[in-house]
Design a protein around this ligand. Structure first.
Ligand code: PA5
Length: 446
Protein backbone atom coordinates (compact mmCIF):
# COMPACT_ATOMS: atom_id res chain seq x y z
CA UNK A 1 0.00 0.00 0.00
CA UNK A 2 1.23 3.51 -0.85
CA UNK A 3 2.39 5.58 2.12
CA UNK A 4 0.49 8.79 2.92
CA UNK A 5 1.24 12.19 4.38
CA UNK A 6 1.37 11.89 8.18
CA UNK A 7 1.18 14.29 11.12
CA UNK A 8 3.30 14.06 14.29
CA UNK A 9 2.14 16.07 17.32
CA UNK A 10 4.64 14.69 19.86
CA UNK A 11 6.55 17.96 20.03
CA UNK A 12 3.54 20.00 21.14
CA UNK A 13 3.10 17.94 24.31
CA UNK A 14 4.71 20.49 26.66
CA UNK A 15 1.74 22.74 25.89
CA UNK A 16 -1.13 20.51 24.82
CA UNK A 17 -1.58 16.77 25.22
CA UNK A 18 -2.41 14.46 22.33
CA UNK A 19 -5.66 13.52 24.13
CA UNK A 20 -6.66 17.22 24.26
CA UNK A 21 -5.98 17.60 20.55
CA UNK A 22 -7.98 14.49 19.64
CA UNK A 23 -10.90 15.58 21.85
CA UNK A 24 -10.90 19.05 20.22
CA UNK A 25 -10.65 17.50 16.76
CA UNK A 26 -13.52 15.13 17.51
CA UNK A 27 -15.64 18.15 18.47
CA UNK A 28 -14.58 19.87 15.26
CA UNK A 29 -16.13 17.11 13.15
CA UNK A 30 -19.20 19.32 13.17
CA UNK A 31 -17.27 21.87 11.09
CA UNK A 32 -16.40 19.14 8.60
CA UNK A 33 -20.09 18.21 8.49
CA UNK A 34 -21.02 21.85 7.86
CA UNK A 35 -18.50 22.05 5.02
CA UNK A 36 -19.86 18.90 3.40
CA UNK A 37 -23.46 20.00 3.89
CA UNK A 38 -22.61 23.48 2.57
CA UNK A 39 -24.25 25.24 5.50
CA UNK A 40 -21.32 27.21 7.01
CA UNK A 41 -20.14 30.77 6.26
CA UNK A 42 -18.90 31.25 2.70
CA UNK A 43 -20.84 28.23 1.48
CA UNK A 44 -21.00 29.62 -2.05
CA UNK A 45 -17.21 29.01 -2.31
CA UNK A 46 -16.98 25.27 -1.74
CA UNK A 47 -16.16 24.13 -5.28
CA UNK A 48 -12.60 23.22 -4.21
CA UNK A 49 -13.92 20.35 -2.05
CA UNK A 50 -14.68 18.16 -5.08
CA UNK A 51 -12.10 19.61 -7.50
CA UNK A 52 -9.98 16.40 -7.57
CA UNK A 53 -12.94 14.74 -9.35
CA UNK A 54 -14.50 17.71 -11.11
CA UNK A 55 -11.28 18.76 -12.81
CA UNK A 56 -10.71 15.39 -14.52
CA UNK A 57 -12.83 16.28 -17.58
CA UNK A 58 -10.64 19.33 -18.22
CA UNK A 59 -7.22 17.70 -17.93
CA UNK A 60 -7.02 16.78 -21.60
CA UNK A 61 -7.72 20.35 -22.74
CA UNK A 62 -5.21 21.72 -20.21
CA UNK A 63 -2.53 19.27 -21.41
CA UNK A 64 -3.28 20.05 -25.06
CA UNK A 65 -2.94 23.80 -24.52
CA UNK A 66 0.26 23.29 -22.51
CA UNK A 67 1.68 21.17 -25.33
CA UNK A 68 0.74 23.83 -27.89
CA UNK A 69 2.48 26.62 -25.94
CA UNK A 70 5.54 24.44 -25.37
CA UNK A 71 5.74 23.75 -29.10
CA UNK A 72 5.30 27.34 -30.35
CA UNK A 73 7.49 29.06 -27.75
CA UNK A 74 10.47 28.56 -25.45
CA UNK A 75 9.09 30.65 -22.58
CA UNK A 76 5.67 31.25 -21.03
CA UNK A 77 4.99 34.32 -18.94
CA UNK A 78 2.26 33.55 -16.40
CA UNK A 79 0.52 36.74 -15.27
CA UNK A 80 -1.48 36.76 -12.03
CA UNK A 81 -1.44 37.72 -8.35
CA UNK A 82 -2.53 36.20 -5.02
CA UNK A 83 -4.61 33.10 -5.57
CA UNK A 84 -4.15 33.49 -9.31
CA UNK A 85 -0.37 33.15 -8.90
CA UNK A 86 0.91 31.50 -5.73
CA UNK A 87 -0.46 27.96 -6.18
CA UNK A 88 1.08 27.59 -9.63
CA UNK A 89 4.40 29.03 -8.51
CA UNK A 90 4.45 26.85 -5.39
CA UNK A 91 4.07 23.65 -7.40
CA UNK A 92 6.32 24.71 -10.29
CA UNK A 93 9.17 25.62 -7.91
CA UNK A 94 8.68 22.51 -5.74
CA UNK A 95 8.81 20.10 -8.66
CA UNK A 96 11.14 21.73 -11.19
CA UNK A 97 14.92 21.69 -11.47
CA UNK A 98 16.28 24.27 -8.98
CA UNK A 99 18.11 26.03 -11.80
CA UNK A 100 15.44 25.56 -14.45
CA UNK A 101 15.71 29.05 -16.00
CA UNK A 102 19.47 28.63 -16.41
CA UNK A 103 19.31 25.24 -18.11
CA UNK A 104 19.92 25.38 -21.81
CA UNK A 105 18.83 21.98 -23.09
CA UNK A 106 15.32 21.26 -24.20
CA UNK A 107 13.67 23.34 -21.55
CA UNK A 108 10.61 25.54 -21.47
CA UNK A 109 10.86 28.41 -19.01
CA UNK A 110 7.89 29.51 -16.95
CA UNK A 111 8.28 33.06 -15.67
CA UNK A 112 5.84 34.92 -13.40
CA UNK A 113 4.66 38.52 -13.76
CA UNK A 114 1.76 40.69 -12.61
CA UNK A 115 2.46 39.88 -8.95
CA UNK A 116 3.97 43.34 -8.36
CA UNK A 117 3.91 46.85 -9.88
CA UNK A 118 7.69 47.23 -9.94
CA UNK A 119 8.86 49.19 -12.99
CA UNK A 120 12.34 47.65 -12.89
CA UNK A 121 10.97 44.09 -12.69
CA UNK A 122 8.78 44.50 -15.75
CA UNK A 123 11.39 46.48 -17.71
CA UNK A 124 13.99 43.80 -17.06
CA UNK A 125 11.50 41.11 -18.00
CA UNK A 126 10.85 42.89 -21.30
CA UNK A 127 14.59 43.09 -21.89
CA UNK A 128 14.75 39.31 -21.43
CA UNK A 129 11.67 38.70 -23.60
CA UNK A 130 13.19 40.73 -26.46
CA UNK A 131 15.39 37.71 -27.03
CA UNK A 132 12.77 35.03 -26.30
CA UNK A 133 10.08 33.34 -28.29
CA UNK A 134 7.31 33.58 -25.73
CA UNK A 135 3.66 32.99 -24.90
CA UNK A 136 1.43 34.51 -22.23
CA UNK A 137 -1.05 32.95 -19.81
CA UNK A 138 -3.03 35.69 -18.07
CA UNK A 139 -5.02 34.63 -15.01
CA UNK A 140 -7.56 36.79 -13.17
CA UNK A 141 -10.89 35.65 -11.83
CA UNK A 142 -12.33 39.15 -11.54
CA UNK A 143 -10.50 40.20 -14.69
CA UNK A 144 -10.00 43.65 -13.18
CA UNK A 145 -7.14 43.29 -10.65
CA UNK A 146 -4.75 46.20 -11.24
CA UNK A 147 -1.38 44.43 -10.96
CA UNK A 148 -2.00 41.64 -13.53
CA UNK A 149 -4.12 43.91 -15.75
CA UNK A 150 -1.25 46.40 -16.02
CA UNK A 151 1.36 43.70 -16.66
CA UNK A 152 -0.88 42.18 -19.33
CA UNK A 153 -1.43 45.52 -21.07
CA UNK A 154 2.34 46.09 -21.25
CA UNK A 155 3.32 42.52 -22.26
CA UNK A 156 0.49 42.14 -24.78
CA UNK A 157 1.68 45.32 -26.46
CA UNK A 158 5.25 43.96 -26.48
CA UNK A 159 4.20 40.57 -27.90
CA UNK A 160 1.95 42.09 -30.57
CA UNK A 161 4.78 44.35 -31.75
CA UNK A 162 7.14 41.38 -31.77
CA UNK A 163 5.04 38.76 -33.61
CA UNK A 164 2.00 40.67 -34.92
CA UNK A 165 -1.52 40.85 -33.48
CA UNK A 166 -2.76 37.62 -35.09
CA UNK A 167 0.21 35.49 -34.04
CA UNK A 168 0.08 37.01 -30.55
CA UNK A 169 -3.58 35.98 -30.20
CA UNK A 170 -2.55 32.38 -30.89
CA UNK A 171 -0.17 32.36 -27.99
CA UNK A 172 -2.19 34.24 -25.40
CA UNK A 173 -4.41 32.16 -23.11
CA UNK A 174 -6.80 33.80 -20.64
CA UNK A 175 -8.03 32.10 -17.46
CA UNK A 176 -10.96 34.08 -16.07
CA UNK A 177 -14.64 34.24 -15.19
CA UNK A 178 -17.15 32.68 -17.60
CA UNK A 179 -18.96 35.94 -18.30
CA UNK A 180 -17.82 39.04 -16.44
CA UNK A 181 -14.73 41.22 -16.20
CA UNK A 182 -12.46 43.16 -18.53
CA UNK A 183 -10.27 40.12 -19.25
CA UNK A 184 -13.28 38.12 -20.48
CA UNK A 185 -14.20 40.94 -22.91
CA UNK A 186 -10.57 41.32 -24.06
CA UNK A 187 -10.35 37.56 -24.70
CA UNK A 188 -13.55 37.56 -26.70
CA UNK A 189 -12.62 40.63 -28.75
CA UNK A 190 -9.18 39.24 -29.60
CA UNK A 191 -10.13 35.57 -29.93
CA UNK A 192 -7.88 34.19 -27.18
CA UNK A 193 -8.36 30.63 -26.01
CA UNK A 194 -9.86 30.69 -22.52
CA UNK A 195 -10.31 28.57 -19.41
CA UNK A 196 -13.04 29.31 -16.89
CA UNK A 197 -12.59 29.87 -13.15
CA UNK A 198 -15.88 28.66 -11.66
CA UNK A 199 -17.83 31.08 -9.46
CA UNK A 200 -17.70 28.72 -6.49
CA UNK A 201 -13.88 28.54 -6.29
CA UNK A 202 -12.02 31.38 -4.56
CA UNK A 203 -8.53 32.40 -5.68
CA UNK A 204 -6.54 30.81 -2.86
CA UNK A 205 -8.40 27.51 -3.21
CA UNK A 206 -7.96 27.38 -6.99
CA UNK A 207 -4.61 25.63 -7.53
CA UNK A 208 -6.28 22.40 -8.67
CA UNK A 209 -8.37 24.29 -11.26
CA UNK A 210 -6.96 25.60 -14.60
CA UNK A 211 -5.58 28.56 -12.57
CA UNK A 212 -2.85 26.33 -11.20
CA UNK A 213 -2.90 23.31 -13.46
CA UNK A 214 -2.32 25.12 -16.77
CA UNK A 215 0.97 26.82 -15.72
CA UNK A 216 2.02 23.63 -13.90
CA UNK A 217 1.43 21.55 -17.06
CA UNK A 218 3.30 24.12 -19.16
CA UNK A 219 6.28 23.65 -16.82
CA UNK A 220 6.25 19.98 -17.85
CA UNK A 221 4.86 18.63 -14.56
CA UNK A 222 2.51 15.62 -14.49
CA UNK A 223 -0.82 17.17 -13.45
CA UNK A 224 -2.68 13.83 -13.46
CA UNK A 225 -0.53 12.48 -10.63
CA UNK A 226 -0.84 15.79 -8.75
CA UNK A 227 -4.64 15.54 -8.92
CA UNK A 228 -4.48 11.84 -7.98
CA UNK A 229 -2.54 12.79 -4.83
CA UNK A 230 -5.13 15.43 -3.96
CA UNK A 231 -7.92 12.90 -4.52
CA UNK A 232 -6.26 10.44 -2.15
CA UNK A 233 -6.15 13.15 0.54
CA UNK A 234 -9.81 13.99 -0.12
CA UNK A 235 -10.55 10.31 0.61
CA UNK A 236 -8.54 10.45 3.84
CA UNK A 237 -10.06 13.68 5.18
CA UNK A 238 -13.38 14.71 3.67
CA UNK A 239 -15.72 12.10 5.13
CA UNK A 240 -13.49 10.85 7.93
CA UNK A 241 -15.19 11.59 11.25
CA UNK A 242 -12.70 9.55 13.25
CA UNK A 243 -10.59 12.53 14.32
CA UNK A 244 -7.52 10.55 15.32
CA UNK A 245 -7.05 9.34 11.73
CA UNK A 246 -7.97 12.62 10.01
CA UNK A 247 -4.77 14.69 9.66
CA UNK A 248 -6.60 17.88 8.61
CA UNK A 249 -8.82 17.79 11.71
CA UNK A 250 -5.80 17.11 13.95
CA UNK A 251 -3.76 19.94 12.42
CA UNK A 252 -6.65 22.44 12.58
CA UNK A 253 -7.28 21.59 16.23
CA UNK A 254 -3.62 21.53 17.31
CA UNK A 255 -2.91 25.00 15.90
CA UNK A 256 -6.07 26.47 17.47
CA UNK A 257 -5.21 24.96 20.86
CA UNK A 258 -1.70 26.42 20.54
CA UNK A 259 -3.25 29.82 19.78
CA UNK A 260 -5.35 29.48 22.95
CA UNK A 261 -2.09 28.66 24.79
CA UNK A 262 -0.47 31.99 23.87
CA UNK A 263 1.05 31.11 20.49
CA UNK A 264 -0.48 33.48 17.90
CA UNK A 265 2.29 33.04 15.30
CA UNK A 266 2.83 29.92 13.19
CA UNK A 267 6.03 29.51 11.23
CA UNK A 268 6.02 27.12 8.27
CA UNK A 269 9.41 25.44 8.03
CA UNK A 270 10.94 23.64 5.07
CA UNK A 271 14.37 22.06 4.87
CA UNK A 272 14.56 22.42 1.09
CA UNK A 273 14.53 25.68 -0.89
CA UNK A 274 12.09 23.95 -3.22
CA UNK A 275 9.39 24.54 -0.59
CA UNK A 276 9.96 28.31 -0.42
CA UNK A 277 6.97 29.18 -2.59
CA UNK A 278 4.87 26.40 -1.10
CA UNK A 279 5.20 28.31 2.18
CA UNK A 280 4.20 31.51 0.35
CA UNK A 281 1.09 29.74 -0.95
CA UNK A 282 0.33 28.43 2.55
CA UNK A 283 0.78 31.92 4.03
CA UNK A 284 -1.79 33.35 1.64
CA UNK A 285 -4.20 30.47 2.23
CA UNK A 286 -4.13 30.84 6.01
CA UNK A 287 -3.51 34.60 6.26
CA UNK A 288 -6.34 35.57 3.95
CA UNK A 289 -8.72 32.90 5.23
CA UNK A 290 -8.27 33.47 8.97
CA UNK A 291 -7.01 37.01 9.49
CA UNK A 292 -10.28 38.89 9.99
CA UNK A 293 -12.63 40.19 12.68
CA UNK A 294 -9.56 40.77 14.90
CA UNK A 295 -8.81 37.02 14.87
CA UNK A 296 -6.40 34.54 13.30
CA UNK A 297 -2.97 32.97 13.65
CA UNK A 298 -0.27 35.02 11.90
CA UNK A 299 1.39 32.81 9.26
CA UNK A 300 5.14 33.25 8.71
CA UNK A 301 7.78 31.03 7.12
CA UNK A 302 11.47 30.19 7.11
CA UNK A 303 13.68 28.12 4.83
CA UNK A 304 16.09 26.00 6.86
CA UNK A 305 18.87 25.50 7.40
CA UNK A 306 19.41 28.83 5.54
CA UNK A 307 17.43 30.94 8.02
CA UNK A 308 18.88 29.22 11.08
CA UNK A 309 21.72 31.66 10.49
CA UNK A 310 19.34 34.62 10.73
CA UNK A 311 15.82 34.02 12.09
CA UNK A 312 17.06 30.99 14.01
CA UNK A 313 18.18 33.23 16.87
CA UNK A 314 14.69 34.68 17.37
CA UNK A 315 12.96 31.34 17.08
CA UNK A 316 15.27 29.78 19.68
CA UNK A 317 15.43 32.69 22.07
CA UNK A 318 13.03 35.57 21.33
CA UNK A 319 9.47 36.16 22.57
CA UNK A 320 7.79 32.81 23.26
CA UNK A 321 4.79 33.49 21.03
CA UNK A 322 5.65 31.09 18.20
CA UNK A 323 4.96 27.58 17.11
CA UNK A 324 6.37 25.83 14.06
CA UNK A 325 4.96 23.49 11.43
CA UNK A 326 7.70 21.54 9.70
CA UNK A 327 7.14 19.96 6.30
CA UNK A 328 9.50 17.02 6.49
CA UNK A 329 10.42 15.31 3.22
CA UNK A 330 11.78 11.81 3.82
CA UNK A 331 13.67 11.18 0.59
CA UNK A 332 15.25 13.52 -1.95
CA UNK A 333 14.83 12.77 -5.64
CA UNK A 334 18.56 12.80 -6.34
CA UNK A 335 21.64 11.31 -4.70
CA UNK A 336 24.84 13.08 -3.60
CA UNK A 337 27.50 11.54 -1.38
CA UNK A 338 30.14 13.50 0.54
CA UNK A 339 33.66 12.65 -0.72
CA UNK A 340 36.60 11.57 1.45
CA UNK A 341 39.57 13.96 1.47
CA UNK A 342 43.05 12.63 2.10
CA UNK A 343 44.36 15.33 4.44
CA UNK A 344 40.93 16.21 5.98
CA UNK A 345 41.96 19.88 6.16
CA UNK A 346 38.33 20.97 6.52
CA UNK A 347 37.78 18.27 9.19
CA UNK A 348 34.72 16.91 7.48
CA UNK A 349 35.92 13.34 6.99
CA UNK A 350 33.60 12.18 9.75
CA UNK A 351 30.84 12.81 7.19
CA UNK A 352 32.59 11.17 4.25
CA UNK A 353 30.48 8.54 2.51
CA UNK A 354 27.24 9.92 3.94
CA UNK A 355 24.46 11.32 1.77
CA UNK A 356 23.87 15.08 2.04
CA UNK A 357 20.25 14.24 2.89
CA UNK A 358 21.43 12.41 6.02
CA UNK A 359 23.18 15.57 7.18
CA UNK A 360 20.07 17.62 6.37
CA UNK A 361 17.85 15.14 8.20
CA UNK A 362 20.03 15.38 11.28
CA UNK A 363 19.90 19.17 11.03
CA UNK A 364 16.10 18.82 11.06
CA UNK A 365 16.16 16.51 14.10
CA UNK A 366 18.67 18.74 15.91
CA UNK A 367 16.57 21.83 15.21
CA UNK A 368 13.40 20.10 16.37
CA UNK A 369 15.03 19.14 19.67
CA UNK A 370 16.60 22.60 20.18
CA UNK A 371 13.39 24.49 19.43
CA UNK A 372 11.34 22.13 21.61
CA UNK A 373 13.83 22.78 24.44
CA UNK A 374 13.40 26.50 23.73
CA UNK A 375 9.62 26.13 24.28
CA UNK A 376 8.59 26.35 20.63
CA UNK A 377 5.91 23.69 20.02
CA UNK A 378 6.38 21.85 16.74
CA UNK A 379 3.87 20.12 14.47
CA UNK A 380 5.57 17.87 11.89
CA UNK A 381 3.92 16.99 8.59
CA UNK A 382 5.86 14.24 6.83
CA UNK A 383 5.68 13.24 3.18
CA UNK A 384 7.72 10.37 1.69
CA UNK A 385 8.97 12.49 -1.24
CA UNK A 386 8.51 15.90 -2.81
CA UNK A 387 6.84 14.65 -5.99
CA UNK A 388 3.59 15.25 -7.83
CA UNK A 389 1.54 12.79 -5.79
CA UNK A 390 2.56 14.07 -2.36
CA UNK A 391 2.40 17.72 -3.42
CA UNK A 392 -1.23 16.99 -4.36
CA UNK A 393 -1.75 15.45 -0.91
CA UNK A 394 -0.19 18.48 0.80
CA UNK A 395 -2.41 20.90 -1.12
CA UNK A 396 -5.69 19.19 -0.26
CA UNK A 397 -4.57 18.52 3.33
CA UNK A 398 -3.82 22.21 3.96
CA UNK A 399 -6.95 23.46 2.16
CA UNK A 400 -9.22 21.16 4.19
CA UNK A 401 -7.47 22.06 7.45
CA UNK A 402 -7.71 25.77 6.64
CA UNK A 403 -11.46 25.62 6.08
CA UNK A 404 -11.99 23.68 9.34
CA UNK A 405 -9.66 26.01 11.21
CA UNK A 406 -11.56 29.07 9.93
CA UNK A 407 -14.80 27.56 11.22
CA UNK A 408 -13.15 26.81 14.59
CA UNK A 409 -12.16 30.48 14.77
CA UNK A 410 -15.70 31.42 13.80
CA UNK A 411 -14.70 33.40 10.70
CA UNK A 412 -15.66 33.04 7.05
CA UNK A 413 -12.55 31.36 5.57
CA UNK A 414 -13.61 32.11 2.00
CA UNK A 415 -13.83 35.91 1.86
CA UNK A 416 -11.17 38.66 2.01
CA UNK A 417 -12.88 41.99 2.78
CA UNK A 418 -9.63 43.45 4.14
CA UNK A 419 -7.80 43.50 0.79
CA UNK A 420 -10.10 46.21 -0.58
CA UNK A 421 -8.78 48.99 1.69
CA UNK A 422 -5.45 49.57 -0.08
CA UNK A 423 -7.06 49.29 -3.51
CA UNK A 424 -9.57 52.07 -2.79
CA UNK A 425 -6.79 54.36 -1.56
CA UNK A 426 -4.57 53.58 -4.55
CA UNK A 427 -7.40 54.29 -7.02
CA UNK A 428 -8.23 57.54 -5.21
CA UNK A 429 -4.59 58.68 -5.17
CA UNK A 430 -4.28 57.89 -8.89
CA UNK A 431 -7.46 59.87 -9.73
CA UNK A 432 -9.42 56.92 -11.05
CA UNK A 433 -12.79 58.22 -12.30
CA UNK A 434 -15.33 57.97 -9.49
CA UNK A 435 -12.71 58.29 -6.73
CA UNK A 436 -12.04 62.08 -7.02
CA UNK A 437 -13.54 63.13 -3.65
CA UNK A 438 -11.83 60.33 -1.73
CA UNK A 439 -8.59 61.27 -3.49
CA UNK A 440 -8.78 64.89 -2.32
CA UNK A 441 -9.27 63.81 1.31
CA UNK A 442 -6.44 61.28 1.21
CA UNK A 443 -3.99 63.75 -0.36
CA UNK A 444 -4.61 66.18 2.52
CA UNK A 445 -3.32 63.49 4.87
CA UNK A 446 -0.05 62.91 3.01
O1 PA5 B 1 -7.51 34.51 -2.88
C1 PA5 B 1 -8.00 35.45 -3.49
O2 PA5 B 1 -9.20 35.50 -3.77
C2 PA5 B 1 -7.15 36.61 -3.94
O3 PA5 B 1 -5.84 36.45 -3.53
C3 PA5 B 1 -7.18 36.72 -5.46
O4 PA5 B 1 -6.78 35.51 -6.01
C4 PA5 B 1 -6.29 37.85 -5.97
O5 PA5 B 1 -6.67 39.06 -5.40
C5 PA5 B 1 -6.34 37.94 -7.49
O6 PA5 B 1 -7.64 38.16 -7.91
P1 PA5 B 1 -8.07 37.96 -9.43
O7 PA5 B 1 -7.90 36.53 -9.78
O8 PA5 B 1 -9.51 38.39 -9.47
O9 PA5 B 1 -7.18 38.86 -10.26
Amino acid sequence: MKENLSINLKNTSKFISFEEIVAHAQQSVRHLDNLNAGVGPGNDFLGWLSLPDDILVQLEKIEKTAKHLRSVSDTTVVIGIGGSYLGARAVVEALSHSFAPLLKNNHHDVIFAGQNICEDYLSELIELLDGRNYSIVVISKSGTTTEPALAFRILKDHLEKKVGKLNAAERIIAVTDAKKGALRSLAETNGYETFIIPDNIGGRYSVLSPVGLLPIAIAGIDIRTLVKGAKSMEEITRNNKHAETNPSLLYASARNLLLQNGKPIEIMVGFTPKLHFFSEWWKQLYGESEGKDGKGIFPASVDLTTDLHSMGQYIQDGQRILFETIISVKNPVRKLTIPLEKDDSDQLNYLAGKRLSEVNHNAELGTTLAHTDGNVPIITITIPALDEYYTGQLIYFFEMACAISGYILDVNPFDQPGVEAYKKNMFALLNKPGFEEAGKKLKERL
